[in-house]
Ligand binder design. Structure first.
Ligand SMILES: NC(=O)c1ccc[n+]([C@@H]2O[C@H](COP(=O)([O-])OP(=O)(O)OC[C@H]3O[C@@H](n4cnc5c(N)ncnc54)[C@H](O)[C@@H]3O)[C@@H](O)[C@H]2O)c1
Length: 367
């Protein structure tokens, strides 16, 4: 993995041999069409977006597709539309287009669009190219990098999917200008997560730059995105299919998913669930004697400064949350397996965590 900077453009290379790819981060990247157009091999492209993002940015993408056979495919906005049915429709759209093996899918939107578009690309003719054009902070720093694609089933989130790496990631930070405040903050939670897991220097940098990030200042924002992507790219390069280290990226997720599910996906955004979940994981680590109160306090303060939620929402029942945590994909043979930490920048996988300790932390946080 390497990085090079020219003016405000940052490039992070995800080192996966012949399947490696650049992540470009900076302003004006969608309209820098020559750069990403060079990644398209064939004559066909399907641009997958949604009804909120397309009116804002599809025209800029269209300028870069001049001369190709291409069409847009729009889904309705929201997690509820990350479905098999929409993958089926996207594949029909590729058929309509006469897409050949060298066709490319362009994902223009947040993580919902990116996951669905990537999975559609993985399915068409057993896998064609796709380019991620993330337009939310969360998708820039997390979902667009690493090749996890998929859709939801009524039985649960992200139950169906494939590992399918993009050809390039075009993170045009100009698109963040229209991102709602709450979505922006949810993305910041994923930035904090990377630092909390494995980069103590980055965590300290975030503590220093929190006010600038709150104000969406360009230079610190590009730096924060680049550092998080660089961290994730390193983990993915070492453990692409999550046999070990990549699981660390789920810090706060077991708690967070339980909170999201208990709120029926309407109370908390994913990043908000992760913020509260990370803090609960830190509290549990402290209770188990793995870390001290100083580290928990630093995380708590940083999340609060970034105006992220840190408390379990009113009305949620600890017993229900624990029951939901038992369903987590990471659990093995009926025991809880969680990502905890030994302090800032030192996360680890811990198996056989006692339910009584988890319950004590949940109860203390609901009081
Ligand atoms: N594949 C992975 O590794 C991975 C990792 C983390 C999350 N995810 C998935 O990502 C999804 C969440 O992604 P998300 O937080 O980006 O949510 P999202 O895609 O739903 O986007 C959030 C909201 O912002 C709107 N939006 C997007 N860009 C905008 C812009 N520039 N201006 C104005 N509005 C804009 C969207 O229409 C939507 O309403 C979940 O489905 C989650 O499972 C995947």
């Amino acid at each position: 993995m390497s990085t090079h900077a020219s003016s405000s453009l940052r490039t992070i290379d995800v080192a996966l041999g012949t399947r490696g790819y650049p992540v470009w981060i900076g302003p004006g990247l969608i309209t820098d069409t020559a750069r990403w157009r060079a990644m398209l091999r064939g004559r066909h492209a399907l641009v997958i977006s949604n009804t909120t993002v397309a009116p804002l940015y599809l025209e800029r993408v269209a300028d870069g597709l001049d001369g190709l056979q291409w069409s847009p495919f729009l889904i309705d906005d929201g997690e509820a539309h990350k479905t098999f049915a929409n993958v089926g429709r996207a594949l029909e759209a590729l058929a309509q287009l006469g897409a050949t093996r060298d066709a490319c899918v362009v994902a223009l939107g947040g993580g919902v669009v990116g996951d669905l578009a990537g999975f559609s690309a993985a399915c068409w003719m057993r896998g064609i190219d796709f380019i991620q054009m993330p337009t939310t902070l969360l998708s820039m720093v997390d979902s667009s990098v690493g090749g996890k694609t998929g859709v939801n089933l009524p039985a649960g989130k992200n139950l169906v999917g494939a590992f399918h790496q993009p050809r390039a990631v075009v993170a045009d930070i100009d698109t963040l200008a229209t991102l709602p405040e709450r979505e922006y903050r949810a993305g910041l939670a994923e930035v904090v997560k990377g630092a909390a897991i494995g980069d103590a220097a980055f965590f300290a940098w975030l503590e220093q730059r929190a006010a600038a990030l709150n104000a969406r200042e360009t230079a610190p924002l590009i730096e924060a995105i680049a550092r998080k992507v660089q961290y994730k790219a390193g983990v993915v390069a070492r453990d692409e299919t999550e046999q070990g280290e990549r699981a660390l990226l789920n810090l706060g997720h077991t708690f967070g998913h339980a909170l999201e599910t208990a709120g029926k996906y309407t109370v908390l955004l994913h990043g908000e669930g992760v913020a509260i979940g990370m803090l609960l994981a830190a509290k549990l680590s402290e209770r188990l004697g793995m870390s001290d109160a100083g580290d928990t306090g630093r995380l708590h303060r940083l999340l609060e400064t970034l105006r992220l939620p840190t408390a379990i929402p009113a009305g949620m029942d600890p017993a229900q949350l624990l029951a939901l945590m038992r369903l987590d994909k990471k659990n093995l043979a009926g025991t809880l397996r969680l990502i905890l930490w030994r302090g800032v920048g030192r996360a680890e996988i811990v198996s056989g965590v006692g339910e009584a300790d988890v319950m004590a932390v949940l109860e203390a946080a609901t009081r």
